[in-house]
Ligand binder design. Structure first.
Ligand code: SAM
Length: 276
């Protein structure tokens, strides 16, 4: 008898994983923290299975603790009798409400078995939705940018909770970033929008993220040369370069430093990173 934390993915019902769907179908009760996650869950289970939990809209920590204790007290007995699920959008372990439930269950109901089913997070879905490639070897940082905040520093950032895009944009551009915004990516509810114009999304919508990249980044990927040179000349120079690669000390990483050749040889040669 288990409490499953199930990641539902960004919002479209068919981006729930096969395992997530199976778990939802097998569970006796499915709890959700909000309207959107509930509507995705309803694509896979009957409404009669949806459990009731109340979450106050507050930042008051006392009230939040009381609400999560109450939620855990509702969920725990059900998870002792049978299998239950608590769903979240994206992945349950990435900026997610599931962490509150897990900590509260661990503290007050430690006998309850817990299992997590990962979901497609906005952290990865954004790249496809926005047509961005995070090249092998590149650094990527996650930040929150609520209420017009403009965190800066890393070469590339995904910013969550972009609730005031024009204000966030101003700070990022002043710090030398190029920024693309994505709203309601892979979501059935509401209109999906990808734009680099913050005035197009000046209305507050919680399901908005941004990808910010330093404007002066120089990215050197081996296959990028196909776009710059003629294919023939690239192939010819590839052949003559092949031996040099073996003796090179490593390849540069845009966030600074190098990937040492041992890492490439041992960690990546047989993995799915394509050897960089
Ligand atoms: C509390 S975090 C939840 C992240 C989620 N657990 C995940 O793994 O994707 C909520 C923030 O994620 C971003 N987000 C989540 N899903 C999104 C989507 N489908 N489209 C755009 N932004 C999304 C938004 O920035 C939103 O404010």
């Amino acid at each position: 008898m288990t409490l499953y934390g199930v990641g539902l993915g960004p919002g479209e019902a068919d981006l729930v994983t096969v395992r997530g769907k199976e778990v939802l179908e097998e569970c006796d009760v499915v709890y959700s923290p909000g309207r959107l996650s509930r509507s995705v869950a309803l694509e896979h289970v009957d409404e009669s299975k949806i459990g009731d939990l109340d979450f106050p809209m507050t930042k008051d920590e006392e009230k939040l603790r009381a609400a999560w204790k109450e939620a855990a007290a509702e969920v725990a007995p059900k998870a002792r009798e049978g299998d239950v699920a608590f769903v979240t959008l994206g992945d349950p372990n990435v900026y997610s409400t599931f962490g509150h439930l897990r900590r509260t269950i661990d503290a007050f109901h430690p006998d309850v078995e817990l299992e997590i089913v990962p979901g497609v997070s906005a952290v990865t879905a954004f790249a496809t939705a926005m047509g961005v490639e995070i090249e092998a070897g590149a650094g990527l940082s996650l930040r929150e940018a609520a209420n017009g905040a403009s965190p800066t520093g890393p070469d590339r950032m995904i910013l969550f909770k972009v609730t005031d895009a024009p204000a966030t944009h101003e700070g990022l551009v002043a710090a030398g970033y190029e920024v693309t915004y994505g709203r309601r990516l892979f979501m059935e509810q509401g209109e999906t929008l990808v734009t680099d114009d913050p005035t197009e999304i000046d209305e507050r919508d919680y399901y908005t993220l941004a990808y910010a990249e330093k404007a002066d980044l120089e990215i050197e990927q081996a296959t990028a040369a196909f776009l710059d040179d003629g294919e023939g000349s690239t192939a010819a120079s590839d052949e003559s370069d092949a031996n040099d690669d073996e003796s090179s000390g490593g390849e540069p990483v845009a966030d600074g430093g190098t990937v040492v050749s041992e890492e490439i040889a041992e960690g990546c040669a047989h993995g799915d990173c394509g050897g960089h």
